[in-house]
Design a protein around this ligand. Structure first.
Ligand code: BTN
Length: 278
């Protein structure tokens, strides 16, 4: 007998709108004033978002069914097996670069909430500084912020989000010490389509970004820390050739990583993080 098909926790209709698993009346529809562009194939949704930006009058999501030259952090490539999520949000924030950078925490929280809304509250998700989303300790999602502007002001901000919904790249495709890549389907058997994920993500992003506009970064920082992996534990931050190992104390008001080392407290604005044991 063939094995039963993978089962979603949610057993109702597969297409959106579906009744929310979280009792939140706002989780029912696409946010007002946000455009949505769906492409069959593209080089990179981030690149497409920049091409689109001059023609937009408001925020827009760009989703690609196939991404052929996906970009990762620090100049790495990002591979997208079919069925994975690859999308970018393009914003015209007209603010300082530091304000824009804080939106990476909004994005990570939104990926977290979209996964919980679609798959249920028992999914073992954690956030890894600065903006990875982990499932069962493996890397499920990566976020790449890119911006354009001048004089310290950001005129266009692109938030690119990749989620391994269907398949993860082979461990041999990522750097030796990188966190093991995982997929939602591989870890849980759950099937979520990119379109379904975008619906949930757009709603979650709208809610978290509104919260940041109204109340500032503090509630975002608190919510992010409540979901952070390895808080209070010893981790290693690597920037270029230098490494700092210390106790992960939290993040500051700019989003920088705070470590306590033998030399005291230090704030690290950008780095790759390594956990001992993977
Ligand atoms: O290195 C990382 O962890 C960040 C990966 C970001 C990948 C996404 S996929 C959608 C968007 N378009 C890109 O070219 N990159 C981002």
């Amino acid at each position: 007998m063939p094995p039963p098909p993978p089962r979603n926790l949610w057993s109702g209709p597969r297409s959106w709108p579906r009744p929310p698993l979280v009792a939140d009346p706002d989780l029912t529809g696409w946010p007002d004033g946000v455009a949505r562009h769906v492409l069959d194939r593209v080089d990179s949704t981030n690149a497409e978002a920049f091409r689109l930006a001059p023609h937009l009058s408001g925020p827009a999501w760009v989703l690609a069914r196939k991404q052929e030259a996906g970009r990762g952090r620090r100049g790495r490539a990002w591979t997208d097996p079919p069925g994975n999520f690859a999308a970018s949000l393009v914003l015209r924030p007209e603010g300082a670069a530091a304000d824009a950078a804080r939106l990476s925490f909004v994005a990570a929280l939104s990926v977290h909430d979209a996964l919980i809304a679609l798959c249920g509250p028992h999914l073992n998700i954690a956030l890894k500084w600065p903006n990875d989303v982990l499932l069962n300790g493996g890397k499920l999602s990566g976020i790449l912020l890119e911006s354009a502007g001048s004089g310290g002001q950001v005129s266009t901000l692109v938030i690119g989000i990749g989620v391994n919904l269907a398949a993860a790249p082979e461990a041999s495709e990522v750097e030796t010490q990188a966190t093991r890549p995982v997929s939602l389907k591989g870890e849980t058997g759950l099937i979520v389509t990119p379109d379904e994920f975008l619906d949930a993500l757009a709603v979650a992003f709208d809610q978290w970004s509104r919260q940041m506009r109204e109340f500032g970064f503090q509630p975002i920082r608190t919510a992010w820390l409540a979901r952070a992996a390895k808080l209070g534990e010893t981790i290693t931050a690597r920037t270029g050739g230098s490494e700092t190992t210390g106790r992960f104390e939290g993040i500051d008001e700019t989003g920088a990583l705070i470590l306590t080392t033998a030399r005291g407290r230090t704030a690290i604005p950008a780095a790759d993080i390594f956990f001992s044991g993977g």
